[in-house]
Design a binder for this molecule. Structure first.
Ligand code: NAD
Length: 431
């Protein structure tokens, strides 16, 4: 039987796995199985070649028992309703792992592939065009339309979007502006990951990668591997991947391989992340870097190294390659990079996984700090943000380790046990 790669069913199977370890009343369990609410929207946009295209957007709200919903918005050709639902479930657990007063939400935008509407050639064109080759003007139109359509669901006390794949601080600024126009006054706390001048937090841009780095070091200390040759391979060179590369490099690691959607480069003597950033900015991809050999995304994952950081998309470590993973620690900056079956293989092979809901929780943690700062109109210096983040990441790591040792499960199930306990106890108290 082929491996199930449906992200929603993967997220549900992860919840199922926790059941023997956490007392969950049936009604509470059933409610956690599906999102509380999901909104699907459509809008037609004139794109850069002057044709009209139909876009679809989603906002999934998984569980609001602990507080308002929180989670990013993704722009990607492969966005589906099930993916957005899975990502919102993972956000519920991530916020709970970090003990943040939020539930999980997530949004995504893609274009319609309805075969009655678009030809295979048109799909190929749109896949290449959306969103990376779009002009700023069209990107802004998409963002404003999507925000207008989901406006009834979002707000500082309801649901607070943030950046994710292919969305950044400029897109958050447009979202904030469009929402504010709708209500008639400026509402900075409706999104996080904003530009600093509009109420963004210092340290937010680096927070996801910083959290991944902090938990990877904790993992190396816990497994007593810190004395080994410090090498790291990173898949994905966007917000999470490029900043993780910088942080590992600054800490004395050899960054031996880096990739983006076009492929990667490898150099066993180490790559310089700053130079790769410059090449990517100049040419659009890290593959044009000269001081290294080309390799594929698949090859990168199985390189011998101390730490592997998947920082791109879901389902990259599967039954097909899990046995070939040679890294000793996998720190999941991406959401959902490892399938449940691959998880079992890594665990059996002694690979220590820092699961996504812990490893990439730095982003939502500093989003929480941004939300607090915005509401109090009192802004913290970067050092203070980073120190709070570090303390919180370390505390969450230790709490997950406590469940890991108590229950002899893998690290993902341990993180789920910690998170699900918290959400279930909130659910029991409320209804
Ligand atoms: P981004 O858009 O800034 O970067 C994504 C990177 O992945 C790019 O370098 C892109 O080229 C690469 N990529 C895309 N498809 C690929 C493929 N098929 N193979 C290899 N590389 C590919 O996005 P990001 O914000 O860095 O997000 C990356 C991951 O981190 C996602 O899973 C996201 O959900 C997760 N994450 C991000 C944040 C955040 O604050 N940005 C927080 C938590 C988790």
């Amino acid at each position: 039987m082929s491996e199930n790669l449906n992200p929603k069913q993967i997220a549900q199977s992860q919840l199922l796995k926790v059941r023997p370890f956490v007392e969950i009343p049936e009604k509470i369990f059933l409610k956690l199985w599906e999102p509380e609410r999901i909104l699907k929207v459509r809008f037609a946009i004139t794109i850069d070649n002057n044709s009209e295209a139909l876009f679809l957007g989603y906002r999934s709200q998984h569980c609001s028992w602990i507080g308002p919903l929180k989670g990013g918005v993704r722009y990607h050709a492969d966005v589906t309703e099930d993916e957005v639902v899975a990502l919102s479930m993972w956000m519920t657990w991530k916020c709970a792992v970090m003990e943040l007063p939020y539930g999980g939400g997530k949004g995504g935008v893609t274009f319609s592939r309805d075969p009655m509407l678009v030809t295979p050639e048109r799909i190929e064109f749109l896949k290449d065009y959306f969103p990376k080759k779009m002009s700023r003007h069209v990107l802004e139109n998409i963002t404003r339309k999507f925000t207008e359509k989901i406006a009834p669901l979002i707000g500082p006390d309801k649901d607070i979007p943030a950046p994710d794949v292919n969305t950044d601080s400029q897109i958050m600024a447009w979202m904030m502006d469009e929402f504010s126009r709708g209500v008639g006054y400026t509402v900075p706390a409706v999104v996080t990951g904003k530009p600093i001048v509009l109420g963004g937090s210092l340290g937010r841009n680096e927070a996801t990668a910083r959290g991944t780095f902090i938990t990877a070091i904790k993992a190396l200390k816990y497994t007593k591997l810190l004395g080994e040759e410090k090498t790291v391979a990173i898949q994905g060179f966007g917000n999470a991947g490029s900043i993780a590369a910088r942080l590992f490099h600054e800490a004395g690691f050899k960054v031996i391989a880096i990739s983006d959607s076009k492929g990667g480069v490898v150099n066993s003597n180490g790559l310089n992340p700053r130079e790769l950033e410059a090449i990517k900015a100049e040419t659009g991809s890290v593959i044009n870097y000269k001081d290294g050999e080309r390799l594929s995304n698949e090859e990168l994952l199985t390189l011998p190294c101390l730490v592997l950081v998947p920082a791109a998309l879901e389902n990259v470590i599967t039954t097909k390659n899990a046995d070939d993973i040679k890294a000793k620690v996998v720190a999941e900056a991406a959401n959902g990079p490892t399938t449940p079956e691959a998880d079992e293989i890594l665990h059996a092979n002694g690979v220590f996984v820092v699961p996504d809901i812990l490893a990439n929780a730095g982003g939502v943690t500093v989003s929480y700090y941004e939300w607090i700062q915005g509401r109090e109109q009192d802004y913290w210096d970067e050092n203070s943000v980073n120190m709070r983040l570090e303390a919180r990441m370390k505390r969450a790591f230790d709490k997950v380790i406590a469940e890991y040792e108590k229950n002899t499960v893998n690290m993902r199930t341990a993180a789920y046990i910690h998170a699900v306990k918290r959400v279930v106890s909130a659910g029991k108290l409320r209804r």
